[in-house]
Design a protein around this ligand. Structure first.
Ligand SMILES: [Zn+2]
Length: 172
């Protein structure tokens, strides 16, 4: 059949949209998303500026808000690999005795300036795990990323080449 403009249907009036139940879905607003309320100090941006005179050292400088630091600490805590009682392990609740006194001193010194690696080894039971967790928790309190690995976990990461990708300061 040959196309012919006389064979085409005649256009009718513009389509009529139903009005009573259109659109068939309920429109949502931002309030329906139940987002957490923005921080009153920074408005949710995570940073603020101090109101200081031109020439002041902090003029125009962005300062991390307490809410931002809290969120960073939460993420560092998650990445630290500390679980269970290790989350609460500190130097203050570590039981010091004559056998572990020098290890505590070394671990405290390391925690104050964590560079390179700290490795503790010894027999089962003297508190190596608690001491290393205390170092990690001390670093986290100073807003420094630190991770607790057991030796098998660390060796697995090294074999897989993932340790360098994580940009972390591992403690064994
Ligand atoms: Zn804030």
């Amino acid at each position: 059949m040959k196309a012919n403009k006389d064979n085409l249907p005649t256009p009718t009036a513009s389509p009529v949209w139903p009005t009573s139940d259109w659109p068939p879905y309920k429109t949502k607003s931002v309030k329906d998303l139940h987002l957490p309320e923005a921080c009153p100090d920074c408005g949710g941006s995570g940073y603020f500026r101090q109101n200081v005179q031109v020439g002041h050292a902090d003029f125009g400088r962005l300062i991390a808000c307490a809410c931002r630091l809290q969120e960073q600490n939460r993420v560092r805590q998650q990445q630290s690999q500390l679980k269970g009682w290790l989350v609460e392990a500190t130097f203050e609740n570590y039981k010091i005795n004559a056998a572990n006194q020098s290890a505590v001193q070394v671990a405290r010194k390391f925690a104050q300036d964590p560079r390179a690696w700290l490795t503790l080894w010894g027999c089962y039971g003297p508190g190596k795990t608690h001491l290393l967790a205390a170092v990690v928790n001390h670093c986290l309190a100073d807003h420094i990323q630190a991770v607790y690995y057991t030796l098998p976990d660390l060796l697995d990461l090294l074999r897989q080449g993932k340790l360098l990708d994580q940009q972390l300061h591992p403690l064994v």
